[in-house]
Design a protein around this ligand. Structure first.
Ligand SMILES: [Fe+2]
Length: 375
């Protein structure tokens, strides 16, 4: 049943397929995104924080500027892209995946294949991230067309200096429609998930928190997470676990003397749980690949990287169970907005070099820090 509002906008919960039980995601209908009233804006903001991922259909004609303005509704005083200028660093693992739109630098182009002209970018080649470039163990070449992985579970955030963006928007401009793939976790559990090639996977970090034991909830509420300085350069030699949820510990992260200068005041130490500004719910919100140390309630610090990662993995892994994943099966014109402080997301799928796929992505470094738990 659509949820009635005082504007023409209606909210429709995403119904999971049989066997699936994720409890978030909604489609928003009836919104004119170029001409939103104050009431519309309030309805959309509430819908986002109540459903974490919201989808608007048929938005192919929305300009990059309108996408920027829509994304900024959630944080009106923010103006700069979520990674700032840090992507300029050629050694960042994010560098190859994103191309900045010259006339709207908060909006990035991502996708796959050769593109002659798009938003003022000429003769670009986009490359869909393939797990082969990031995972420690990979799917064999012969299985690769029919099988895939979660590439990297993450939050969109620089995690150094800048505050994590509140919301990210993704517009599917061009989507090659091909067959389904089997997403394999390959972690010994036998977990797998059938999804449409190139789906973006989301999990709720509120569910991730709710699944914890009372003891772990308390630990999560009272522990702070320290992120590595320049995390995407720091982690560049390291490789991921097979389900994309954190890195394998081989002691090969770059030492400080091989990183750009570190300003200690810019290192991020964030709560392990982030509070939803509308519902007050707590999300277990950790970027698993970027963590470096944990600061406990008793004043002690865990800085052994392998131990830190084991703890974080134990807390997060139940939350990415196949039935809890909302895999957005993109259609051209889909505009998704997601609560970047309440979900983790991952690229999935693999494309042939000539398969053209174009998305526009936008987020802004937030104007304020995350809200932690009360206690
Ligand atoms: Fe992302």
């Amino acid at each position: 049943m659509p949820h009635a509002t005082a504007s023409p906008i209606t909210i429709h919960k995403i119904e999971p397929q049989p066997g699936s039980s994720f409890d978030f995601g909604a489609e928003i209908r009836g919104a004119d995104l170029e001409n939103l009233t104050e009431t519309d804006t309030r309805v959309i903001i509430n819908a986002l924080y109540s459903n974490q991922v919201v989808l608007f259909k048929n938005q192919q004609s929305l300009s990059a500027k309108a996408q920027y303005e829509l994304t900024r509704l959630f944080d009106p005083t923010s103006t700069d892209y979520g990674h700032g200028k840090t992507l300029d660093a050629k050694r960042s693992i994010l560098h190859p995946d994103l191309k900045t739109i010259p006339h709207q630098p908060q909006v990035q182009v991502i996708g796959n294949g050769p593109v002659a002209e798009f938003e003022g970018l000429k003769n670009i080649t986009l490359k869909h991230p393939h797990h082969r470039t990031f995972h420690k163990e990979v799917i064999s070449d012969e299985d690769d067309r029919d099988n895939t992985r979660f590439y990297r579970w993450h939050i969109d955030a620089a995690l150094y200096d800048l505050e994590p963006p509140k919301v990210t928007s993704l517009l599917a401009v061009k989507v090659p429609k091909t067959e389904y793939q089997m997403l394999r976790y390959d972690d010994g559990t036998g977990d797998e998930l059938k999804l449409s090639r190139g789906s973006t996977a989301f999990v709720s970090s509120y569910k991730m928190y709710d699944l914890l034991s009372e003891e772990d909830k308390k630990f999560a509420r009272t522990t702070k997470v320290q992120y590595a300085p320049h995390p995407y350069i720091w982690m560049s030699p390291a490789r991921s676990r097979s389900h994309g949820l954190g890195l394998v510990s081989e002691n090969i992260e770059l030492p400080a003397d091989q990183l750009p200068p570190i300003d200690k005041s810019k290192i991020k130490i964030l709560p392990m749980c982030w509070k939803n500004p509308v519902t007050g719910q707590l999300a277990l919100q950790i970027h698993p690949s970027a963590v470096q140390a944990l600061h406990l309630a008793d004043g002690s610090t865990i800085s052994d990287l392998k131990e830190v990662r084991e703890i974080v993995h134990r807390l997060q892994r139940p939350g990415i169970a196949p039935e809890l994943v909302y895999a957005v099966d993109w259609e051209e014109g889909d505009m998704a907005l997601f609560n970047n402080r309440g979900v983790l997301h991952s690229v999935t799928g693999s494309f042939l070099p000539e398969e053209v796929r174009i998305f526009r992505q936008c987020n802004m470094a937030a104007s304020e820090g995350v809200i932690g738990p009360d206690e």
